[in-house]
Design a protein around this ligand. Structure first.
Ligand code: SAH
Ligand code: SF4
Length: 359
């Protein structure tokens, strides 16, 4: 698998400092370049006018400026959800979504970016458009950070900034572990994008080694685990690449809580006639008993494979009530951007030939 050359966004502060010091620059140059990149959101080295010209020229040759480029942006009818088709340096495309929420009970507006960590996905969940399209390659840390910077620039035009990040776009973050964590550390850095770890959620299909590693990072991010079923037979049908048992997965989740004291989120895509009965809700409740958690129900969003369907509203509510009744806190996720295929499980990074007009 060919990975692109490292770009500016691939380096953490220490690596950038080491590189510039190696070039004979004083250490403060790295701080300037970092602030240019992530506070001023410079669109090129040319725009980093506080750096000497010769340094900018050397950077441009030896550490390419990130090549994440927007090919198309679509806006949902609510005007608050936007999906960007981004072209990477090697011509591959990925999708990234910005979801804006008007002021809530706490009086604060939220601007959440939904990030991709891979072009495609190898996990093959049968109901997910990304899974249906197969795997292309891992993204680099810089390509993940580039998605955040893209929307940070757009928000800045309105005097706003990114408040939350969810790793719920294309791909499985824990299958691209190192790049995901490096990207989290960059976007979390207080001298840069300054996104609080508590406002970052990593969603996983349930890769146990990754969950165990994440528990040991000093990063209080929220872990969301996609379950989708209350038993192994059904889970293996819906998420066919996962061979471990649910008991093993939930043991890793319990250990995660024991180490981090952080409440987990479980995601459950509700699919008509598959996993949406009240009995299945009760079985799920029994599995999760005693584990501090919150369940997010996601009524299935449509994908090109029309075999799987969303349950009726009544069945969604009955499922939620059954979970509630056994003491499991549970919400139905309000989906945004379904009509522009920007909601959970709908992203697929169409090939450029079919990308259509830029809006
Ligand atoms: N790979 C990770 C993160 C990306 S998917 C994971 O699977 O958790 C983000 C969430 O969208 C997951 O919970 C996933 O199961 C859910 N999802 C996938 N396809 C969906 C669909 N068609 N409708 C609703 N949710 C879907
Ligand atoms: Fe991959 Fe997540 Fe989609 Fe499964 S749901 S195919 S893990 S992106």
């Amino acid at each position: 698998m060919n990975q692109p050359d490292a770009s500016l966004y691939d380096l953490d502060p220490a690596a950038l400092r080491a590189l510039l010091v190696d070039w004979g620059q004083p250490p403060y140059r790295a701080r300037q370049a970092w602030a240019d990149a992530y506070q001023r959101l410079a669109p090129s080295y040319d725009a980093m006018t506080d750096l000497p010209l010769a340094l900018r020229q050397r950077l441009a040759v030896e550490l390419p400026f990130p090549a994440v480029e927007a090919v198309r942006t679509q806006r949902a009818e609510d005007g608050l959800t936007r999906k960007a088709l981004l072209r990477l340096g090697d011509g591959r495309t990925i999708e990234t979504v910005l979801m804006q929420y008007e002021r809530g009970d706490d009086g604060r507006a939220r601007n959440t970016v939904c990030l991709s960590t891979q072009a495609g996905c190898a996990m093959g969940c049968v109901f997910c458009a990304t899974g249906q399209g197969g795997f292309e390659r891992n993204l680099t840390p810089g390509e993940i950070v580039g998605q955040v910077v893209h929307f940070a620039r757009i928000l800045r035009e309105d005097g706003a900034h990114i408040t939350n990040v969810v790793f719920m776009g294309m791909g499985e973050p824990l299958a691209n572990y190192d790049a995901t964590i490096a990207a989290v550390r960059t976007m979390h850095d207080p001298d840069g994008l300054n996104i609080g770890a508590r406002h970052i959620t990593i969603s996983t299909v349930g890769l146990i080694p990754g969950i165990r590693r994440l528990a040991k990072e000093d990063l209080p991010v929220t872990l969301a685990v996609s379950l989708h079923a209350p038993n192994d037979v059904l889970r293996r049908r819906l998420v066919p690449t996962q061979r471990h048992t649910m008991a093993e997965l939930l043991a890793a989740c319990r250990d995660y809580f024991a180490v981090t004291s952080r409440r987990l989120t479980f995601e459950y895509a509700l699919i008509a006639g598959e996993n949406d009965s009240v009995e299945q809700a009760r079985a799920l409740g029994a599995l999760l008993r005693g584990l501090p958690c919150h369940v997010n129900l996601i009524p299935l969003n449509p994908t090109p494979d029309e075999h799987y369907r969303r349950p009726s509203r009544a069945r969604v509510i009955a499922f939620q009530r059954a979970l509630d009744a056994v003491g499991i806190p549970c919400t139905v996720r309000v989906e945004k951007g379904v009509e522009i295929a920007a909601a959970c499980g709908q992203l697929k990074g169409p090939k450029l030939q079919s990308a259509g007009a830029i809006s």
